[in-house]
Design a binder for this molecule. Structure first.
Ligand code: SF4
Length: 219
């Protein structure tokens, strides 16, 4: 597999899908969205996020206030695992917003190295590598490549080998050192997984990356 393999995949997907719009928000908002999106659909996690923001009066500092805990838990019920997710969000609030202004903390995070951000947030129960990588990529516009189940499945198809999520992330981050390209590749692979390279049935005949897909080439 040559050096610019993932760049080639990105080029083909860009030609096929065109520009994909995504409105990014600040780091903590992206972190909350990614936490809520675990094990649920986009529709449910987006609704849970809207409910949560309304419940805490659009003020993330309220995540540190215990009196909101039960309301937070109820507001995100639609996203599933609401007890666990509420505990994570409130732990996040207590750690970062107790006696500190949201804007100050967000500014501080922007100056911290990516590796330090990852260690700091992985220490919070319920935040995994994919979740914090989403917040770094979409919220800080810095290099990180979140690997979810779909991206893991498709990448293993195109490489035709078993490879862990962590190694996929390391390999792609090693190949592409530009956050905009990493963001585009992430969004395109998700789109490919939804419409063409589905878990149950792959529509290889219309797949724009079939010449680069080792699984397809090996048949
Ligand atoms: S060629 Fe087939 S298996 Fe390979 S990525 Fe495309 S749809 Fe998936």
């Amino acid at each position: 597999m040559n050096e610019n393999y993932y760049e080639k995949i990105l080029d083909r997907l860009k030609k096929y899908f065109g520009e994909i719009e995504r409105r990014d928000e600040g780091f903590f908002h992206e972190l909350i969205k990614a936490t809520l999106s675990q094990n649920t659909t986009d529709t449910n996690s987006i609704q849970a996020y809207k409910n949560l923001i309304k419940t805490i009066d659009n003020n993330l500092e309220n995540l540190s206030n215990d009196k909101y805990y039960d309301e937070i838990k109820d507001s995100i019920r639609i996203a599933g695992l609401n007890n666990q997710k509420a505990r994570t969000l409130c732990a996040l609030g207590r750690k970062f917003f107790t006696g500190q202004k949201y804007s100050d903390v967000e500014e501080r995070i922007k100056k911290v190295d990516v590796s330090e951000i990852i260690s700091e947030f992985l220490a919070i129960d319920g935040i995994g590598l994919k979740t914090i990588s989403c917040a770094i990529l979409f919220g800080l516009h810095r290099c990180a490549f979140p690997v979810d189940t779909h991206i893991s499945r498709i990448t293993q198809k195109i490489k035709n080998e078993k490879i862990s999520k962590l190694n996929i992330q390391k390999e792609i981050e090693g190949s592409i050192q530009n956050w905009e390209k990493l963001k585009a590749l992430h969004l395109y692979l998700i789109e490919l997984g939804r419409g063409i390279c589905r878990a149950k049935k792959q529509n290889c005949q219309i797949c724009p990356i079939r010449e680069l897909c080792e699984d397809y080439r090996s048949r």
